[in-house]
Design a protein around this ligand. Structure first.
Ligand SMILES: NC(=O)c1ccc[n+]([C@@H]2O[C@H](COP(=O)([O-])OP(=O)(O)OC[C@H]3O[C@@H](n4cnc5c(N)ncnc54)[C@H](OP(=O)(O)O)[C@@H]3O)[C@@H](O)[C@H]2O)c1
Length: 273
């Protein structure tokens, strides 16, 4: 049987890197993409991982990385849109550039990658996009996360909307909705909206940043559970359109589905009174 190939964005750290290593160990070819390949020392040690430079917001780089990966491996079977960033803080305090960047990386990035892969998937008779969302893509779990929520809700809508046009082409779509996991790098790279100081937001900012800094590690999920959820979709073990990973996300979803939205919003807000 021909080796399968997976193309992953944002493999310099965290989930992207773990996923690249997991699939390499499964015996797949891996096109691992990142903004700064020159810094990578771990993925380069695997014979079946090839690294390509890719900032998902840069359409020229998307074109080159996808063309080069296809030229290297012949056929790509699965694309994981993993690259992402988070901005937090009151919307009123956000830099104009941060608002655009949040959308550019988390929404326009996957759009760029998906659009570039569609001719290839049509030519080879199918493929799969696995889009890494968040439980913040289906619930609003933390105050001051409106921009991040916006980006992941948009990714969810994009993925669901695409279902109808790609089904006939044998191109499958999946969403992974996880929360923070052990050894989480993501919260440390969050951009805080602090364009100016407005006292009215200080109390909420302190509570949210305290909560983020003090999530006990033992209540966070093992990141391998997220990798396993991705692998279950890529290998065909599961064909679930949406996979919520982790107890926090499952609890929030259960609450959201069981009470009116007004009650849901008040319940989350009351955690930060
Ligand atoms: N960890 C969480 O709490 C959490 C929860 C739910 C969902 N998620 C989602 O999970 C995904 C992976 O995050 P993570 O937890 O693994 O955090 P992470 O370690 O911060 O990884 C984010 C990755 O995205 C890359 N990236 C950022 N901007 C990029 C761009 N313009 N082009 C290409 N790559 C870019 C980063 O690369 P650089 O090194 O170049 O910055 C990094 O490799 C993200 O989509 C995130 O939104 C994370």
């Amino acid at each position: 049987m021909n080796k399968k190939t997976i193309f992953i964005t944002g493999t310099s750290s965290g989930l992207g890197k773990l996923t690249a290593i997991h699939f390499a160990k499964l015996g797949w070819n891996v096109a691992a993409t990142m903004r700064t390949p020159e810094k990578e020392t771990e993925l380069t040690t695997y014979d079946n991982i090839k690294i390509f430079k890719l900032d998902v917001t840069n359409v020229d780089q998307v074109n080159s990385a996808v063309n080069d990966a296809i030229a290297t491996f012949g056929k790509i079977d699965v694309v994981v849109n993993n690259a992402g960033m988070g901005s937090y803080g009151a919307l009123e305090l956000a830099e104009e550039s941060t608002i655009d960047w949040q959308f550019a990386v988390n929404v326009r990035g996957p759009i760029n990658v998906i659009r570039k892969f569609l001719p290839h998937f049509r030519a080879v008779g199918g493929g799969m996009f696995i889009n890494i969302s968040s439980f913040m893509g289906v619930t609003t779990a933390v105050p001051l996360g409106s921009l991040y929520n916006m980006s992941k809700f948009a990714l969810e809508g994009l993925t669901e909307g695409l279902y109808y046009e790609l089904k006939q082409l044998n191109i499958e779509l999946r969403l992974i909705e996880q929360g923070g996991s052990k050894g989480n790098n993501f919260v440390h790279s969050v951009i805080w909206n602090k364009n100016e100081n407005i006292d009215a937001y200080n109390d909420l900012e302190n509570k949210v940043s305290h909560m983020m800094a003090n999530s006990p590690e033992d209540q966070l999920d093992d990141p391998q559970t997220i990798v396993d959820a991705i692998a279950a979709q890529a290998t065909g073990e599961s064909n679930q359109f949406r996979t919520i990973v982790g107890e926090a996300g499952k609890g929030l979803m259960a609450l959201r589905n069981s009470v009116p939205i007004e009650q849901y919003l008040e319940t989350i807000a009351s955690n930060y009174k």
